[in-house]
Design a protein around this ligand. Structure first.
Ligand code: FAD
Length: 444
């Protein structure tokens, strides 16, 4: 459907972003900075995040900088690096939390250098408050829960249908609607198992403990630094957030129950359950579990590992972030990898704008399709590796990985290469690849 000539307003294209979580918001900021016309549709009444921590590693921070430097400023204004505020070098530190020998169990057995301010922990809601400042109100529509979209295949606008009976139109749709993505279901088909996440049989208890209490019980060195306490069939992780005023704690346990994607992702959990599960662990871990509130949230960890999406794009629709590749959280980088998606899409839609502005032979429909196909081609392999690596790394932490078992040196090597593959991602290489793929498709 190449055009010989085109009316000037034909160049304009409008992108609908479904979902205003971390990935949708960061993508919106990137597209607005590149003068792409967007409307974001969010099902909630306002932007909201849960009361829990989130950390970003070097790959994500570098992508944020390239998307819009204001995102890094927003993150830095609320984020906390590890330990000594005068030493911004970050390390991820691992201890044998199950070891009960006095003085040994809290010893750091190995640590990974994460870079200069290379592990930024923050409170999710605080970050959201800062990101929202970069998105003008008039591009967001709240209380719009997508039910489905339709493409009549005639090159005209795509139609979005919302649960309240209303509808809207757009030239392209990007689903950033999270782990239970509606866009993924329509794109892949309701019968396709890859349309739905499955249960990883791990659950997570999440808490934010006031730092003064945590430091009094554990000492500054433990409480104000990231620590991963590994052990058999469970592990517990913590890192400081909110300018070291809170210690973010996540405790992971096995859960043999069967759960469907349509059930709730979280329910109220009890401190007692966590205390009991770690009752035979070393004193540091037991002290941490005793710091938890009596009532806390218990999260069921679903992911797309069992049925990865065969494609992230179809025509002028694509999926990104958790909607494309929901991961278990064991690398602590699911949102970060979604930020990589946002950079790839920002660059691609900038290329679409250039194409339609500078070449009257190229239609916006054709350019948008090429952009999303390029996105799928470049992003799918890394992100699906990430999802499976996250499951695998959990087995390493919990001493049930076939090759590493309980051998510390092997565990270290395994954790190191996998973490480095995430943190030291070749971002320039990704940007070149998306451009080559896009241009190859348009010219092919
Ligand atoms: P979401 O945050 O789920 O946002 C989706 C948005 O879409 C929501 O606002 C939702 O309301 C909206 N929506 C959904 N359906 C519709 C619809 N039909 N119509 C309109 N709107 C809709 N990642 C890290 O990088 N670092 C960490 O330290 C980290 N820790 C984690 C710890 C735990 C315990 C867990 C479970 C995850 C962790 N992650 C971490 C992963 C991270 O939370 C996710 O990858 C990230 O939040 C996904 O962002 P998203 O924008 O893709 O999806």
């Amino acid at each position: 459907n190449k055009k010989a000539s085109r009316a000037p307003d034909d160049e304009q294209f409008e992108v609908a972003i479904i979902g205003g979580g971390i990935c949708g918001l960061i993508l919106a900021i990137g597209l607005l900075r590149r003068n792409v016309k967007i409307t974001m549709y969010e099902q909630s009444r306002s932007f909201r995040e849960i009361g829990a921590g989130v950390a970003f590693t070097a790959n994500a921070i570098q992508c944020m900088r390239l998307i819009h430097p204001g995102i890094v400023d927003a993150l830095k204004s609320v984020a906390t690096s590890n330990g000594d505020p005068n030493d911004p070098n970050d390390y991820l530190q691992y201890t044998d939390g199950f070891n009960q020998k006095e003085g040994e169990e809290s010893k750091i057995l190995f640590k990974l250098y994460a870079g200069y301010r290379g592990f930024e922990g923050c409170h999710r809601a605080h970050l959201l408050d800062e990101l929202v400042k970069l998105v003008p109100d008039n591009v967001v529509q709240f209380r719009k829960r997508l039910d489905r979209y339709t493409d009549h295949g005639d090159g005209g606008k795509l139609k979005l249908h919302f649960e309240d009976g209303s509808s809207a139109e757009a030239d392209a749709v990007i689903g950033c609607d999270g782990i239970k993505s509606k866009v993924r279901q329509v794109l892949l088909g309701e019968e396709n198992p890859a349309s739905y996440p499955t249960y990883s049989h791990k659950c997570a208890f999440r808490a934010l403990v006031p730092m003064d209490r945590a430091a009094a019980a554990l000492g500054d060195e433990v409480a104000k630094n990231q620590r991963m306490h590994y052990g058999p069939s469970a592990h517990i992780l913590h890192f400081p957030v909110a300018h070291q005023s809170l210690m973010n704690v996540v405790a992971f346990l096995d859960d043999p129950t069967e759960r469907s994607y349509s059930s709730k992702l979280s329910e109220p959990g009890s401190k007692q359950e966590v205390v009991q599960a770690f009752a035979n662990w070393g004193p540091t871990v037991r002290t941490i579990t005793n710091l938890l509130d009596d009532e806390m949230d218990k999260w069921f960890i679903f992911d797309t590992n069992d049925h990865p999406a065969p494609t992230y794009a179809s025509g002028r629709v694509c999926i990104a972030g958790d909607a494309a590749h929901a991961s278990s959280p064991h690398h602590g980088a699911g949102a970060g990898v979604g930020v990589e998606d946002a950079l790839a899409l920002s660059r691609l839609l900038e290329l679409v704008t250039d194409s339609v502005n500078n070449n009257t032979q190229i239609s916006k429909q054709e350019a948008l399709k090429a952009a999303f196909a390029a996105f799928d081609e470049v992003r799918r392999e890394r992100t699906q590796w990430f999802v499976s690596s996250s499951r695998m790394i959990c087995d390493v932490y919990e001493l049930k990985h076939a090759e590493t078992g309980t051998e510390m040196q092997k565990m270290y090597e395994e954790i190191k290469w996998r973490s480095h593959a995430i943190w030291y991602f070749d971002i320039d290489g990704m940007l070149h690849q998306v451009e080559d793929q896009y241009k190859g498709r348009l010219n092919g």
